[in-house]
Design a protein around this ligand. Structure first.
Ligand code: FAD
Ligand code: UDP
Length: 382
């Protein structure tokens, strides 16, 4: 009945489904949640405030192709996302930049440090905190120590349960020290929110005569792998299967669970116009939660009340209801991942795609690009 089956209706699965459908294939999308959109899913809460159920998602990219692709399905509310850190009650811009420097040090000292940073790294450069800490100059070391202690150490301990040195340097490298006066969290040329929300964007993407979406279906109840073939609804299936869920779960975690970090989201509606005056405040030295998001500042929504969400990280255990959000990049975990990936390699028509299936820290734009790349390859091969 179907040419292709896609498991998961997040960015990876939805883009892949659309591409394969447009190439003439009939596509079945199976999604275990009761909605599409994966972790980008948004919906109005009971007070009419548009919330992101799985944490704040801001689209940002330097890839025009990714921006153009999503623009087929949405218009944009364009804005430059800014984040502040709450450091002992004082709000300072993150990433740490030259504006932050002037808020932290008195003028004469800040002027000297600024000159030194520009001379050493160049205006506009982006320096990962772990690199900054390697500098020998005592004044630069002083800034590095301040940023490390007040921005990175405690937040990273909460988020990952490990210090910045213990985790993959690419993770803290996502938020470098920026030698400029740009307060934006992301510096890429295209950034913003789908004008009417993410969910309508995904609805439009999946709205195609050749796509059938079934939500509330755990694909494992329909599909199983037997040696080198796929069995769909009891029959051998030779079309392509794109899997975007956690790869260990496909094989009953036979080599042990792949480790992930999870999050608990605590939403709160407040009967007041404004809570924090910013879309995101990171709590970098205090509290058990990492950050508070106030949605109306992300979406531009005007409303008399406001909804906020606090994020509490914890180690994913695979218990009922828990969601694996962040893969934990290190050698041991990669080796375990490769063992599972090797099992899928035996089945020629199965492809792994997505943040979970590839065990990688992808942003939305990278996911769009990967899905386009994979479907292009499939279209050329078959
Ligand atoms: P997912 O969105 O996780 O989709 C996978 C889907 O597969 C899920 O819907 C899942 O239910 C389904 N599935 C899994 N197993 C099965 C099964 N057995 N049967 C059926 N369905 C199954 N990126 C940005 O660019 N900007 C941001 O601001 C940003 N913020 C983020 C904030 C948080 C808290 C998190 C966790 C991520 C953030 N991201 C952000 C990353 C972004 O969420 C991902 O890039 C994107 O969601 C990845 O899409 P995906 O399709 O790979 O995965
Ligand atoms: N980070 C930090 N303090 C901050 C912001 C980020 O320590 O104020 C570190 C932390 O380890 C985090 C990583 O940088 O996990 C990447 O941050 P990003 O905001 O990109 O994380 P995400 O939005 O993906 O959760």
């Amino acid at each position: 009945m179907f040419d292709s089956v896609i498991i998961g209706a997040g960015v990876a699965g939805s883009v892949a489904a659309r591409e394969l459908a447009e190439s003439g294939r009939s596509v079945l999308v199976l999604e275990q949640r009761d909605h599409i959109g994966g972790n980008c899913y948004d919906e109005p809460d009971e007070h009419g405030i548009l919330i992101h159920k799985y944490g704040p998602h801001i689209f940002h990219t330097k890839e025009k192709k990714a921006y153009d692709y999503l623009s087929r399905f949405t218009d944009w509310y364009a804005f430059g996302h800014e984040v502040v850190a709450n450091v002992y009650g004082k709000l300072i811009p993150v990433p740490f930049n030259l504006n932050t420097l002037h808020m932290v040090y008195e003028k004469e000292k800040a002027d000297t440090l600024e000159k030194k940073l520009i001379e050493t790294f160049g205006m506009g450069s982006r320096v990962p905190i772990l690199k900054l800490r390697e500098q020998e100059d005592p004044e630069i070391r002083q800034i590095a120590d301040y940023v490390y202690e007040n921005i990175f150490l405690h937040y990273t301990m909460k988020q990952w349960g490990q210090t910045p040195e213990e985790i993959d340097p690419a993770v803290t490298g996502r938020v470098p020290v920026v030698i400029s006066y740009d307060n934006r969290y992301f510096q890429e040329p295209w950034q913003g929110m789908p004008l009417h929300g993410y969910t309508p964007m995904f609805e439009k993407m999946l709205d195609h005569p050749k796509i059938r979406v079934e939500t509330g279906v755990d694909a494992r109840s329909r599909i199983r792998f037997e040696e080198d073939q796929v069995i769909l609804d009891g029959e051998p299936f030779c079309g392509e299967v794109i899997y975007t869920g956690p790869v260990d779960e496909l094989f009953n975690c036979c080599f042990g669970r792949l480790p992930y970090r999870s999050l608990r989201f605590d939403f709160e509606y407040l009967d007041q116009k404004d809570y924090q005056g910013h879309s995101v405040v990171n709590y970098t030295v205090s509290e058990d939660f990492t950050r508070i998001t106030e949605f109306k500042y992300l979406t531009g929504q005007k409303a008399p009340g406001t909804t906020i969400v606090r994020e509490y990280p914890f180690a994913y255990t695979g218990a009922e209801g828990e969601i694996p959000y962040y893969s934990i990049a290190n050698e041991a975990n990669q080796a375990l991942y490769e063992k599972y990936r090797a099992l899928t390699e035996k089945i020629p028509n199965v492809w792994l795609l997505g943040r979970l299936a590839e065990y990688k820290y992808y942003n939305i734009d990278a996911m769009v690009m990967k899905a386009l790349e994979l479907t292009e390859k499939i279209k050329q091969e078959v």
